[in-house]
Design a protein around this ligand. Structure first.
Ligand code: C2E
Ligand code: MG
Ligand code: MG
Length: 588
């Protein structure tokens, strides 16, 4: 699993386990905290202009602190939601520190009592947005800090006790109210958010600026024949199926993906950042995880500009209806031009596909040693469609065989036509390897084009490869017997990586770009990357790092002993004629 995915899974588990209210989204938290900072600063500043009775107070000190708070507010409102979660605790603790300084500068008397009021802000923020431990920590911090400050400026014990009493009561009431509000958005059987909670999140997601949100997909899942199941086995068994689906799915989905029991036996999943193809994959995965003997149908739709939530839902419902009427137990994607195999096959025949090529360079000397062929669909209406939007569906419908044949033949022909003897990488889908004729197909293409087999590298994505199909292993062995090389693509995104490496006949490991993106140049060691490179080496495999975007990443990879690299730093995928002969990337 990639580090990014592991981190995200961990975060989602933590958020769920700590009982943080679901209303505590990053946006709401940042906005509220920022507004509290701003209003605290402005109100205190205003008070320093008017209050004549604050004699003895350090008015200049109070003004500086209030100004800092007021200035921090808008920054937190604007950018706070981009902060990693743990930093919110720091923000709230800074709030406590600011109020404590205000109390101290009040120098006792009326000013200090008045300036202790904003502690309530901190209490509200912490009690509403943090679960158990986090809340307890901030409330305790406020109580200790306020005791120290108020004692230091000589406020009477009675005042102190009264203020602390307010803090405790407010904290308990706010935490209680937040959790009651939360319950109204949850389904009692599954513990998932209900229709109301889901609709609110969808509204929230659609309210975000488009550039921040990116793609957004919606999946509706419905249990097939749920009524028969209830009638035959009883309502309790029906409930168990729903609870079991909810539990299993909730574990595999990431923190930013929302799973909801939308009503009856229907579940909805909101997938920010997912394309149609990816969402369809996720729908398939969730369907496969349903309890044994329980069939599921899924409808998938993507948000397009101007859609209201009901339009998006309408589309997903149409797709779900199609899935049911086409025989159930399947995923249907709304309005996907690749919905039927015939459409993509027709596109292959109509010459609507094209290949772009991305250089692969040798890190030792920056020489371009090969190129990877990446397919695109030049769709008459949609323009240039990226492969992730049609390959998953092509794999499902079987159109992948026609597409794979075309890609292989085109890529090999292009390699032969080029004047150099560089290698050519071609992506292969697992369904192609499952066919018994794949080795013959490759053999034929090599004979027809005259490409020598050692120039061809067939790339198979590891994430898709989590099964032990003997035919796949036979195909890989057959390919290597032809002299063709085999690479594991996106290594680290699957689940059985190490066993895989030992067991399967491969020559090259292509390290997924999430590992490269996680390189931190300030940290000397890159333990995960060095381990992958060392293991690959010890098994006699070469390594290619994917997604290299900066010279620093390239330098570190070279130092770690990675053999080759690919990424925007060295060149984006381009038509063959624009493929560079040498890399001009600025790597020291
Ligand atoms: P892949 O084989 O891992 O290809 C690398 C993908 O990463 C490409 O996306 C490429 O444009 C992108 N990429 C390369 N360098 C960078 C970088 O520095 N930063 C970032 N952010 N991205 C980078 P593309 O072309 O959209 O292809 C996506 C996937 O579609 C491929 O992933 C491959 O799994 C699949 N694919 C492409 N062509 C074919 C094909 O002919 N047959 C099959 N079965 N799958 C294909
Ligand atoms: Mg690839
Ligand atoms: Mg890859």
């Amino acid at each position: 699993m990639s580090p990014a995915r592991t981190g995200e899974l961990l975060r989602s588990r933590l958020v769920r386990a700590r009982g943080v209210p679901t209303v505590a989204t990053d946006e709401v938290l940042a906005r509220t905290t920022g507004i509290l900072y701003l209003t605290c600063g402005l109100l205190v500043l205003a008070a320093t202009l008017r209050s004549q009775s604050w004699s003895g107070a350090n008015i200049d000190g109070i003004r500086i602190i209030a100004l800092v708070a007021a200035l921090l507010g808008p920054v937190v409102v604007y950018a706070g939601h981009r902060l990693p979660r743990p930093l919110y605790h720091v923000l709230v603790a800074i709030g406590t520190a600011i109020v404590t300084l205000l109390v101290l500068f009040g120098n006792g008397g009326e000013a200090s009592v008045a300036l202790a009021v904003p502690y309530i802000y901190v209490i509200i923020d912490a009690s509403f947005f943090f679960g158990g431990l986090g809340m307890a920590f901030h409330v305790a911090l406020v109580m200790v800090a306020s005791t120290v400050a108020m004692t230091a400026v000589g406020l009477p014990l009675a005042d102190l006790l009264m203020v602390q009493g307010f803090f405790l009561v407010v904290s308990v009431i706010i935490a209680w109210l937040a959790r009651i509000a939360d319950l109204a958005e949850h389904d009692s059987l599954t513990g998932l958010v209900n229709r109301r909670g889901f609709d609110r999140r969808l509204d929230q997601e659609l309210a975000r600026p488009r550039r921040e949100r990116g793609e957004l997909a919606l999946v509706l899942l419905d249990v097939d024949d749920f009524k028969t199941l209830n009638d035959n086995l009883g309502k309790r068994a029906g409930d168990q199926v729903l609870a079991s689906c909810a539990g299993t799915w909730d574990r595999v989905l990431l923190g930013h993906q929302t799973l909801s029991r939308y009503g009856g036996d229907e579940f909805a999943v909101l997938l920010p950042g997912s394309s149609l193809g990816k969402a369809a994959d996720i729908a398939d995965r969730l369907r496969a995880l349903a309890p044994d003997g329980v069939g599921m149908s899924a409808g998938v739709a993507a948000w397009t500009a101007g859609d209201t939530p009901s339009i998006l839902f309408g589309r997903a419902e149409v797709a779900l209806y199609d899935a049911k009427s086409a025989g159930r137990g399947q995923t249907v994607v709304y309005g996907d031009p690749t919905r039927g195999a015939s459409e993509l096959e027709a596109a292959v025949a109509a010459d609507e596909l094209l290949l772009h090529f991305q250089p692969v360079i040798r890190l030792r000397d920056n020489a371009v040693v090969s190129a990877e062929a990446l397919v695109r669909w030049n769709h008459p209406q949609r323009g240039l469609v990226p492969p992730n939007d049609f390959i998953p569906q092509a794999e499902r419908t079987g159109a992948i065989h026609a597409l794979g044949r075309w890609t292989l033949a085109q890529a090999c022909a292009a390699a032969v036509a080029s004047s150099d003897r560089r290698g050519i990488g071609v992506n292969v889908s697992v369904p192609e390897l499952r066919g018994s004729g794949y080795v013959d197909q490759v053999h034929q293409v090599l004979s027809i084009t005259g490409l020598s087999p050692e120039r061809l590298v067939l790339e198979v994505t590891e994430a898709l490869f989590d099964e032990d199909d003997p035919q796949v292993v036979r195909t890989l062995q057959g390919l290597r017997a032809l002299g063709v090389r085999v690479a594991i693509d996106d290594f680290g995104t699957g689940y059985s990586s190490l066993r895989w490496l030992e067991q399967f006949p491969v020559d090259t490991v292509k390290i997924d770009r999430s590992f490269v993106a996680a390189i931190d140049p300030d940290r000397g060691r890159q333990p995960v990357l060095s381990a992958i490179i060392a293991i690959s080496r010890s098994l006699g495999m070469t390594t290619v790092a994917e997604g290299v975007e900066t010279p620093e990443q390239a330098i570190i990879l070279r130092e770690l002993g990675c053999d080759y690299a690919q990424g925007y730093l060295f060149g984006r995928p381009v038509p063959l004629e624009q493929l560079p002969r040498e890399s001009t990337a600025p790597v020291g």
